[in-house]
Design a protein around this ligand. Structure first.
Ligand code: AMP
Ligand code: ZN
Length: 118
């Protein structure tokens, strides 16, 4: 049997996560290895492996993920100074969990462009 998807298991409540928001479409929780003072992930409740799997009808879902990120940025105190939101798509981009997730990071200054290394 295939290994269950980690993020589907978090949505279902079978694996613990520090959940900060959940509704019928999305779940948001603190990243287990934070790369900034605030680092949360916003994921769709439905399994979508990569951004390349999106269909036109998923556009409102992606919009809802970003609007959720905005609300969380205010709630978590990173809205005023700014935050970064990132979808990694595929191995070269650094995707390691194959259920799409929007990284929301804030609470420190971040370099741009994101190389070398990060
Ligand atoms: P990515 O490398 O873009 O696929 O991001 C995957 C993210 O998921 C990484 O930042 C991990 O630290 C995070 N992560 C992995 N397992 C968990 C978990 N059980 N709970 C919360 N975050 C996790
Ligand atoms: Zn999944």
């Amino acid at each position: 049997m295939n290994k269950p998807c980690l993020f589907c298991e978090i949505v279902a409540g079978r694996i613990d996560a520090d959940i900060v928001y959940q509704d019928d479409q999305v779940t948001a929780f603190h990243d287990i290895h934070p790369q900034a003072p605030v680092h949360v992930l916003v994921i769709p409740n439905r399994h979508i492996p990569t951004m390349l799997d999106l269909e036109p009808e998923d556009a409102p879902l992606i919009g809802h993920m970003h609007v959720t990120a905005k609300h969380l940025a205010h709630e978590l105190g990173i809205a005023d100074n700014g935050y970064r939101s990132i979808f990694n798509c595929g191995t070269a981009a650094g995707q390691t969990v194959w259920h799409i997730h929007l990284h929301i990071m804030g609470g420190r200054s971040m370099g741009w462009p994101p190389w070398p290394g990060n």
